[in-house]
Design a protein around this ligand. Structure first.
Ligand code: OMP
Length: 232
């Protein structure tokens, strides 16, 4: 079956607005991401409603805590029936391994587990405030190696790091990239950005896009244009 490459970030504060948008889509056009805002407002029932409509749902709660806590949270997330969940790679290998093992013993063991490396909103200066002496690309490569060692399915990174990552990781290691901006779109708080076709050419697996689609006058038209731009 056709596997859509775009994951639309449903970052709405209103369930009806989100569902009105989703009702104009179909699961062949995109996957859907539910993040901290919508999950906090509308909870697991909202996630289950999207899954019931046939969508692959990425539950983006970016868990980062001690291994036992993250493992239990990941198991609970997998048991909602989501397609993918994520943790922060900087939580370390034991935390990531515990999360992977917990998903494997859940009722939905095929749930994909990926780890966030360096947030796409961070540039070199911001990263230097947190960890000195490394560029974003070096830090992403380091955390990607840890993630692979822990046996996860892939990482969240920016498309700017994708070609360097593909030199070290095979095509089945998922690179999921937010910070995707079509030419001329407002970057907002994103710092490490790339256009959809350039991201695909760099070796990305899935593109996460929020505001360039959800804030557009005609979101469906923008999504279809992005999909068409990936086919070339
Ligand atoms: O894990 C994520 O999805 C994520 C990681 C990251 O490094 N950067 C990032 O922007 N995201 C998410 O990706 C989405 C990007 O949305 P837009 O900037 O509106 O396209 C948001 O929902 C973020 O929470």
């Amino acid at each position: 079956m056709h596997d859509p490459r775009v994951i639309v970030a449903l970052d709405y504060d209103n369930k009806d607005t989100a569902l009105a948008f989703v009702d104009k889509l179909d699961p062949s056009l995109c996957k859907l991401k539910v993040g901290k805002e919508m999950f906090t407002l509308f909870g697991p029932e909202f996630v289950k409603a999207l899954i019931a409509k046939g969508y692959d749902v990425f539950l983006d709660l970016k868990f980062h805590d001690i291994p036992n806590t993250v493992a239990k949270a990941c198991k609970a997330a997998a048991e909602l029936g989501v397609w993918m969940v994520n943790v922060h790679a900087s939580g370390g290998v034991p935390m990531m391994q515990a999360a992977k093992e917990a998903i494997a013993t859940s009722t939905n063991p095929q749930t994909k587990l990926i780890a966030v490396t360096v947030l796409t909103s961070m540039d070199e200066a911001q990263l230097a405030d947190v960890v000195s002496g490394v560029t974003p690309e070096q830090q992403v490569l380091r955390l990607a190696a840890l993630t692979e060692k822990a046996g996860l399915d892939g990482i969240v990174c920016s498309a700017q790091e994708a070609s360097a990552l593909r030199e070290k990781h095979s095509d089945d290691f998922l690179l999921v990239t937010p910070g995707i901006r079509p030419v001329g779109a407002d970057a907002g708080d994103q710092k490490r950005v790339m256009t959809p076709p350039d991201a695909m050419k760099a070796g990305v697996s899935y593109l996460v896009m929020g505001r360039p689609i959800t804030k557009a006058e005609d979101p469906i038209a923008v999504l279809k244009a992005v999909n068409a731009s990936l086919e070339g």
